[in-house]
Ligand binder design. Sequence first.
Ligand code: AMP
Length: 185
Amino acid sequence: MRLVILGPNGSGKGTQAKLLKDELGIPHISTGELLRAAARDGTALGREAAPMVESGGLVPDDLVLKMLDERLAAPDAAQGFILDGYPRTLSQAEALDELLTDRPLDRVIELDVADEVILQRCAARFAIEHRRDDDPEVVRSRLALYRTNIPPIIARYRQRGIVATIDGTGEIEEIFQRIRAALSK
Ligand code: AMP
């Protein structure tokens, strides 16, 4: 199964993607994690992208697309994948369609969580873990970017009838069961 999971930072997207990976036995491909790994490994791409990743800005499309193209060509992605963090813009959604012409997406899971809940969750996590991307100012600006960029992407996938919008509030297991139920339809 080829899936995209969409949701803002703090929506629980990464947690649900990991559960799905174990359930479905397909890789969880997070473009943010690929970029952080490339930076840790000191690759040319990692070094080029690092300043953007650290500031929370978007890494240029061509860089992310090249990295994603390579990752999706790996043998473990042949049976499917859970894509997390991509697409973030309409042009990325178009590029993804081109990349996947011979193996189109099956489903898009949109985690629906209200802004107040996102802000509360990130503030609570920031108080404990001090992750820079949970800083209230950073959360607010990334959330605004998400709310601006995501509607045309969702609309594109809705036209194909592949979107499942899932209530992302409640217990982790409860949310996971909602996703499972949606995928089995
Ligand atoms: P994430 O782990 O998804 O929050 O991503 C961390 C950072 O990696 C983002 O703030 C961006 O700087 C960069 N990044 C991840 N995915 C993309 C993407 N699809 N397009 C551009 N930049 C991205």
